[in-house]
Design a protein around this ligand. Structure first.
Ligand SMILES: [Zn+2]
Length: 120
């Protein structure tokens, strides 16, 4: 399952930044998921919960923000949000476009219970 390996990646990233002794203090993990990454938020939440269950990170929850797909036009330099499957510049009609964001998955912030937020 796609989401299971992503959830495991997120757990690995948390462990990189948070020592095991502070694991139980982790409350919220903010992540950004590109709309084009194909990640289903509910499924990712479920997998993450299954992985951290019974571990030092069992209190941690994911806060998943979907980022829109953005493209850059090579014809006129316009950057625009792509809706649906329309891969054409709305300004000049060029098809010479490049996806600049919307496929990424990023851990943005790890929030601990004492409100000391660690920004990555
Ligand atoms: Zn253009």
């Amino acid at each position: 399952m796609h989401e299971l390996s992503i959830a495991q990646n997120i757990v690995d990233i948390i462990r990189q930044y948070v020592p095991d002794t502070q694991g139980p203090d982790v409350r919220l993990v903010r992540i950004k998921v590109g709309r084009m990454s194909g990640v289903v938020a509910d499924s990712l939440n479920f997998c993450f919960g299954a992985i951290v269950h019974g571990t030092a990170l069992s209190e941690a929850r994911l806060d998943i923000e979907e980022t829109p797909l953005e493209s850059h036009c090579g014809g006129c330099g316009n950057t625009f949000a792509v809706e649906g499957a329309c891969f054409q510049c709305p300004k000049c009609g060029s098809g010479e476009i490049q996806v600049v964001s919307g496929t990424e998955l990023q851990v943005v912030e790890i929030e601990l219970s004492d409100r000391q937020a660690g920004v990555l």
